[in-house]
Design a protein around this ligand. Structure first.
Ligand SMILES: *Cc1c(COP(=O)(O)O)cnc(C)c1O
Length: 365
């Protein structure tokens, strides 16, 4: 079976971890600060704060942006649960904005309509899903018009750019994840990025028990620090991420030109985005049949995501408690039933890619 994801670890990551263990400082220290600096330089982020995962990065990024109990946050129903959970941790009210059917990202048109109904919304939490940046011209012009504070969830978009500008630099803050299936990994890990000095300092403080001077705490923070062990893996991975992304793009381009099947709709790429293909996600109304066909032919796959966030019980219960009714999100609901991702990761061999293309082309009903 060709797996849907395969983290790329070689002797260099192993040596880096061993060296931290020999040196003995396992928790946050020099390796973390080096990793933050290298992440900043690799992509062009003025400020970077490493965390223990992408979810805690999101939590802190929202708190530092001032999100308080009862504040409304416009966000996508079609993402991993962590995006909305971070809003719930702060006591915020997620206001779901349905996605565009072709890009899987939040639709500018639906955003404008939702704002007419919720003019009091203060925040916009965007997700650059599957590695493709949102329509940032539209997003930022709407955000400016309605005075929204923008946070970007870049968990799937390391190195992606929009009009040449890296994702994570459009709003007040951006967050990344280094979970093993992401474009680069640290085991578990996350990063907050920003162009704003004060905001970055507050994020760093919140992720470190509200402290800047040891054992002095003037606000309640969290222990969301990254370890030196994770950072050592991350620094090695940073040396490879640009190659990883190039391979992902090359694999995706091959699929886009060579997969041709009337039952399968290929993803659409908008021209101003540099898509880093965290996932290559197709749509088909015959998903159950396609799954059987892929399984019979040794091709791994993933369904991201089978249940949209607004249909998750924890979110429904939370919103009920707060006295809000969640509206249907027809496009996300339809897409969740049709979407399927095939392997696009940089570890794929030429032969495997050829096999996947042949299997996809041979599918019929
Ligand atoms: C992976 C992911 C997260 C959470 O990251 P973790 O490191 O797993 O906590 C958040 N948002 C999106 C869109 C993700 O894909």
């Amino acid at each position: 079976m060709i797996p849907i994801a395969r983290p790329s670890i070689d002797q260099r990551e192993i040596d880096a971890v061993v060296s931290v263990m020999m040196n003995g400082q396992l928790a946050q220290g020099e390796q973390v600060f080096q990793f933050e600096k290298a992440f900043s330089e690799s992509f062009g982020f003025p400020y970077t704060i490493a965390t223990n995962n992408g979810t805690t990065a999101l939590h802190v990024s929202l708190l530092a942006a001032g999100l308080k109990e009862g504040d409304k946050v416009l966000t996508t129903p079609f993402s991993f649960i962590a995006t909305t959970n971070a809003i719930l941790y702060c006591g915020g009210i997620p206001v779901f904005v349905d996605v565009d059917e072709d890009s899987f990202n939040l639709s500018p048109e639906v955003l404008r309509n939702t704002l007419k109904e919720h003019p009091d919304a203060k925040y916009l939490l965007l997700v650059h899903l599957f590695g493709q940046p949102c329509d940032m011209d539209e997003m930022m012009s709407i955000a400016n018009e309605y005075n929204l504070t923008v946070i970007e969830d870049c968990a799937q978009a390391h190195g992606a750019t929009y009009d040449g500008k890296p994702v994570g630099t459009f709003g007040i803050g951006g967050t990344f994840s280094f979970y093993p299936t992401k474009n680069m990994t640290t085991g578990e890990g996350g990063m907050i990025v920003s162009t704003n000095d004060d905001y970055a300092a507050l994020c760093r403080k919140l992720a470190n028990h509200g402290s800047t001077v040891r054992y002095v705490h003037d606000i309640t923070g969290f222990n969301y620090r990254m370890t030196n062990i994770s950072a050592a893996i991350g620094s090695v991975q940073l040396g490879k991420i640009h190659d990883f992304n190039l391979k992902r793009k090359k694999n995706a381009e091959k699929y886009l030109t060579e997969i041709n099947n009337e039952y399968i709709k290929l993803p659409e790429i908008t021209s101003s985005t540099d898509h880093v293909f965290h996932q290559f996600s197709v749509k088909t109304p015959y998903r159950n049949e396609l799954i059987i066909h892929l399984e019979q032919n040794g091709v791994g796959y993933g369904i991201y995501y089978p249940i949209p966030i607004h249909k998750q019980q924890n979110v429904i219960d939370y919103m009920n408690d707060k006295g809000f009714v969640i509206k249907p999100q027809p496009i996300s609901e339809k897409v969740a039933e049709q979407v399927l991702s095939i392997p696009v990761h940089p570890q794929l061999e030429e032969k495997e890619i050829e096999h996947i293309i042949n299997v996809m082309n041979a599918f019929k009903i």
